[in-house]
Write a protein that binds this ligand. Structure first.
Ligand code: HEM
Length: 228
């Protein structure tokens, strides 16, 4: 009951923020896609477009996508922690999410390239990564206001929170393995992302604090009225 009301209140706040879709969002998506594509091209130009270079490009594009994802996932909690300084992040949480969806197309394009050159990843990689990729694009689809309205505020907030947390888990599983072991380049490649992977769910949970507080205040007021 408490959780359901918190989702309802949080959903109302998110819907106000996501009321407008427009040219600005498309600009965010286009820029994120272009930036990740440029990164991939640079890595492929340096390390070659064979198996090794493509795996390097996959690792690079995954990290760029992750930063966008993290800003979308953690922006609510971050705004609570650092206050007005994070106003921009909070206002653009949805833009970061859609920018992540657009940027990640480059990562998926590299997987297609890897298969094309005959270096198809093992079945385990597909089993692990395809479900979060499907969740990602289902969430992107439901960010269209008309579809979102059909789903209802509460259900959308549950879907978004569970879906984003599942994607966070997929990132974390990769980044958290031995982030502080190995040589300096390995530590630099994994440790910052592992730290963000752990902080993300904590900040996401924190973003529900104001809704829970409002819920408790409302129910306290209601029970006070009943008593008087
Ligand atoms: C939301 C979906 C996805 C997420 C969160 C994700 C995440 C990641 C991450 C974090 C890495 C870097 C691994 C590292 O540096 O150790 C990576 C690399 C990779 N991803 Fe994705 N990915 C996704 C979708 C996909 C899909 C659909 C495929 C296709 C099977 C795929 C195939 C790969 C491959 C082959 C690598 C290189 C692995 C290696 O280091 O050897 N990814 N991905």
């Amino acid at each position: 009951m408490v959780i359901s009301e918190a989702f309802d209140l949080a959903g109302r706040a998110a819907r106000v923020r996501s009321g407008q879709i427009g040219r600005q969002t498309l600009w965010w998506m286009g820029s994120a896609f272009a930036a990740n594509a440029v990164l991939a091209v640079i890595v492929l130009a340096i390390f070659g477009a064979g198996n090794l270079g493509t795996v390097d490009a996959l690792q690079t594009t995954a990290r760029f996508s992750f930063l966008l994802f993290w800003l979308a996932y953690a922006s609510g909690g971050l705004a609570l922690l650092i206050g007005p300084a994070a106003k921009f992040l909070r206002r653009h949480g949805r833009d970061f999410g859609l920018a992540f969806a657009a940027a990640h197309l480059v990562h998926i394009g590299l997987v297609v390239w890897l298969c094309w050159i005959g270096a198809t990843p093992g079945m385990g990689v597909f089993i692990f990564f395809v479900p979060p990729a499907v969740v990602l694009y289902v969430l992107a689809l439901f960010s269209i206001p008309t579809l979102q309205q059909r789903l209802g505020r509460k259900l959308w907030t549950v879907l978004r929170t569970v879906g984003m947390t599942y994607i966070a888990y997929a990132f974390a599983k990769d980044f958290v393995r031995a982030p502080f072991g190995g040589d300096t380049p390995h530590v630099l490649r994994y440790a910052p992302f592992a730290i963000l992977s752990v902080a993300g769910p904590v900040l996401c949970a924190l973003s529900f604090a104001p809704s829970l507080r409002r819920y408790f205040l409302q129910s306290e007021r209601a029970s006070g009225k009943l008593r008087s």
